[in-house]
Each structure stands twice: as C-alpha cells, then as structure tokens.
Design a protein around this ligand. Sequence first.
Ligand code: ZN
Ligand code: ZN
Length: 179
Amino acid sequence: MRITGYKSHGVGAAAALVNAVTSRDGDDGDEALRAVLGEHGFFVQRFTPATAAELRPWARTLRSFFEAESLDAAVALLNGLLADVPMHPHVADHDELGLHVHYAPPEVDLAHRVRATTLMNLAELLCDHGIDRIGVCAAADCDRVYADDSRGGRRRFCSDACANRTNVAAYRARRRQPT
Ligand SMILES: [Zn+2]
Ligand SMILES: [Zn+2]
C-alpha cells in the first residue's frame, strides 16, 4: 500500500511530524498534527488534543534520529525507544485495506499506534539502507528533515522547492565567477 510515496507510511509520518513540531516554519497546532497523520495513512477519527500533546514530545525525540551522526548512534537511539514502546504485532484486516501488520497492541490510543508504527518503519529503513537515507535538508536556510526510501536514494533536500532554490543559487554563483 503506497499512500505517500513511502513504502511504509510511518517513515513519511515521522519526517512530517518532526518538521511540523521542530522546524522553524512548522505548525504544531492540534489541527496541523491531525492533518499530518491523516495525510500519512492513519485513521484520525480518534484524534484529540491529548493525542497532539503526546505527539509533540515524540516528534522532538524522533528529530535526534534524523540528526544521528553515525550508524551506531542511530541504532542505539532506536533500540532504546523500541524497548520503551510496548509492541504487540498482529495481522489486521479492516476498512478494506487488505491484510496488513499492526505493531502496537490492539485497543491502544492513536498516539501509541503512531509511536509504534513510526519506530518500526524507521527501524526497517535503517536495516535496509543505514543512515544514508535520513538527514536534515541540505538547503542553507532550512532545518527540515527528510527520509528517502526511493530506489535511487539520492535525496538531500526536504522538498523540491529547497532542491531547486539551492541549484539556482549554485548556478548563479558559478556564473558570477570570472572566466
Ligand atoms: Zn490497520
Ligand atoms: Zn528544505
């Protein structure tokens, strides 16, 4: 099931939550966080202000994963979090989604499901690709994070806008150089 262009919606949700809560231009209001989850494949009928209050510290925690400077640091961070978030993997079939795996125990609240899913999907990304696929946007004035599970895996920017802006600036800088 590809909803957002990510193989696993927890990867996209993790980056979007981190950006909403921790980046300079982010919006961490209740409605904004609800929209982030909705856009990344979570059912948000049970989203409440308490959900948002739990997701803000979670997003700040996940930011350190995107900023990890070594594979060892990223692994240690994830393993610490995996030990803290109770899991109970099970196969589910609801809302005509087809069979899929839930990581959190049944009947936990939405924030717990988000913690479990983002952690497991980030762990899978790390096992497949190491830390080459996560990072902070390479644009000079941007502090947003990205995760890349595309086949090529060459992403260095949070968005096409940042990539284009940086490329145009580099082009102009080259043209200014005396020949
Ligand atoms: Zn489900
Ligand atoms: Zn950016």
